[in-house]
Ligand binder design. Structure first.
Ligand SMILES: Cc1cc2nc3c(=O)[nH]c(=O)nc-3n(C[C@H](O)[C@H](O)[C@H](O)COP(=O)(O)O)c2cc1C
Length: 162
């Protein structure tokens, strides 16, 4: 009988990578009130009324600690020209915002300037998702600027073909 525990995680990860997605950076404040963020491609829209979106975050990720009841975060949908920002927020650094153009959000969390769109969210719920947490945010405000999207496919970042 087939059993999920027999699957090879590396092969499964590669197979999941066959799903082309956009790329976001979820920005937030750490417990000292310093802006930080994490690159995330597991973003998804969920509900219009109430306005909800979700993403999943590895339980070991440092950013997971800052997302809890009462916190705010902003989902920034990256544009094709923001590849350096995508990789920059995907590795540990003391100040992930260094050199990143930012704007002041309505709830104290900066957004990334030049992104296609950003959604300012309030933590709504967290669900257990195995080695990840599934985080739902209530969208309180959003701004759409437009531009060319960034695409993530099979572990690589690309732009949409013309
Ligand atoms: C394109 C891309 C998408 C990613 N998507 C996710 C994701 O959805 N969830 C996740 O937990 N990590 C994801 N990561 C990995 C994190 O960005 C990375 O582990 C980061 O260093 C975590 O930062 P932190 O430890 O400061 O929280 C992604 C990385 C890249 C490059």
């Amino acid at each position: 009988m087939l059993d999920g525990t027999a699957l090879d995680p590396r092969q499964l990860r590669d197979a999941f990578g066959r799903f082309a997605t956009g790329v976001t950076v979820v920005t937030m404040l750490d417990d000292e009130g310093r802006p930080t963020g994490v690159t995330v491609n597991s973003f998804s829209s969920v509900s219009l009324t109430p306005a909800l979106c979700l993403f999943s975050l590895g339980k070991e990720q440092v950013s997971c600690r800052w997302l809890r009841e009462g916190s705010h975060f902003t989902v920034n949908i990256l544009a094709a020209h923001q590849e350096d920002i995508a990789w920059g927020f995907a590795r540990p650094r003391d100040d992930k915002f260094e050199g990143v153009p930012r704007g002041d959000g309505s709830f104290g969390v900066p957004y990334i300037d030049g992104s296609l769109c950003h959604f300012e969210c309030r933590f709504w719920a967290k669900y257990d998702g195995g080695d990840h947490d599934i985080i739902l945010g209530e969208v309180l405000n959003f701004k759409e600027l437009g531009g060319e999207p960034m695409v993530f496919y099979k572990g690589a970042i690309a732009a949409l073909p013309e």
